[in-house]
Write a protein that binds this ligand. Sequence first.
Ligand code: AMP
Ligand code: ZN
Length: 472
Amino acid sequence: MIGRGDPTPTSMTVSLYNTLNRTKEEFKPIHRGKVGLYACGPTVYQNATIGNFRTFLMTDVLRRTLEFNGYEVRHVMNITDVGHLTDDGDEGEDKMMVTMRKEGKSAWDIAEFYTKRFLKDMERLNIVRPTVMPKATEHISEQIELIKLLEEKGFTYRTSDGVYFETSKFEAYGKFSGQNLEEKEAGTRVEANPEKHNPSDFALWKYSKPEEKRQMEWDSPWGVGFPGWHIECSAMSEKYLDSPFDIHTGGIDLKPVHHENEIAQTTAAHGNALANYWLHGEFLLIDNGKMSKSLGNVYIVEDLILKGFEALAYRYFSFTAHYRTKLNFTWEALEAAQNALNNLRDVVRDWDEPTDFDKDAIQRFLLKLNDDLDMPGAIAEVWGLVNDESIESSIKSATILKIDEVLGFNLIDYVSKPVKVSDKIRKLLEDRKVARENKDWNASDVLRDQIADAGYMVEDTSSGQKVRERHD
Ligand code: AMP
Ligand code: ZN
């Protein structure tokens, strides 16, 4: 018998859509059986939104899928705790300072507060903790070393406000996202910083302004200041993974600037690629539009919980679209996901204790996962299993528990665990059974209502009364 946690019996090919080559490819790791995975992490001067979490859930599914296939995954996710500027062009106000002003807290307290919040939400969504979560502020010297190397190799220049990467010196700049420098220049409306040689040049190090004392600032060979946003990912990925490493993930918005810049920094410094595979998650929309403060629709996990939903319902909801298509969030859609999850739990409660799993069912599920993380297809397989009357329920129990290693719905708490009721409810059920035997339908209905008031639904099946938790 193969039990939970054992590797899946058949090792299979995982194919992933690699945005580097714009095609679906068979995944081949650098080291046999191992995967180095880097995910751009959260900025911790505000709450991560449910949009951000769509992307983190995608990476979670990727990691779990690779592990399901028997790979050992080293998953690195950075915590961007240095304040950065309000636009990609290294201009505007420091976002950390905006929060400091609003909340009257220190930069360090804000970063700590939102990091804790983020970790809590990750847990609520059952996202597996990355192997390492390095903080940008704890890796300043690594970032300085990398900037020094870029400087030695002639890829940088200094302006009055910082040290910049000269994108025109990096021949492949723009290739990744399919933009060329001229297009980028044409697309830039205002040339914000006249000292920049090219509009796409970006800050590696910014100086603190002479008149202000920043709470987060460090000494460097170029002057007191703080690192640019992009450098932390190049510096921390090479510290905690190989260079190149296997897979890099992030939301689609990061591709044209942040990821382009990460690639430029690493390749200019070391002469090799940053990562062999890139996966980008499409955006979550709200009511078919953008999530924005002015529309008041920037939702966080806590908002869903306050409305009576479980974070896991959002997890289920995020699996209803392929990660490369946009997903539209509505409260109705979230409710449908919560209902689906509740139904699944109700069904598996009635199944027998797990025995062997069904290899064919696992295989069908795996085929969907391994086809570029087709979660809607994988979820359809789950319901196919539920409705397959040819499979014994003890086998279904074992199969769904195995599958839940990727789904992450914590079904272990439900499989083969009928609802436990108090003595009081048990008595009401017993009375109702007697009433029905006596064909006293009025009494039976009154008892049903009393049971409902206590939070349970009773159903009459061929094998007698069945009780479920009420979900409304
Ligand atoms: P940030 O904390 O802003 O750096 O974002 C964290 C991650 O969330 C990045 O990978 C972004 O690309 C991603 N992201 C931001 N907004 C959305 C959205 N509406 N839907 C999906 N992913 C998003
Ligand atoms: Zn990054």
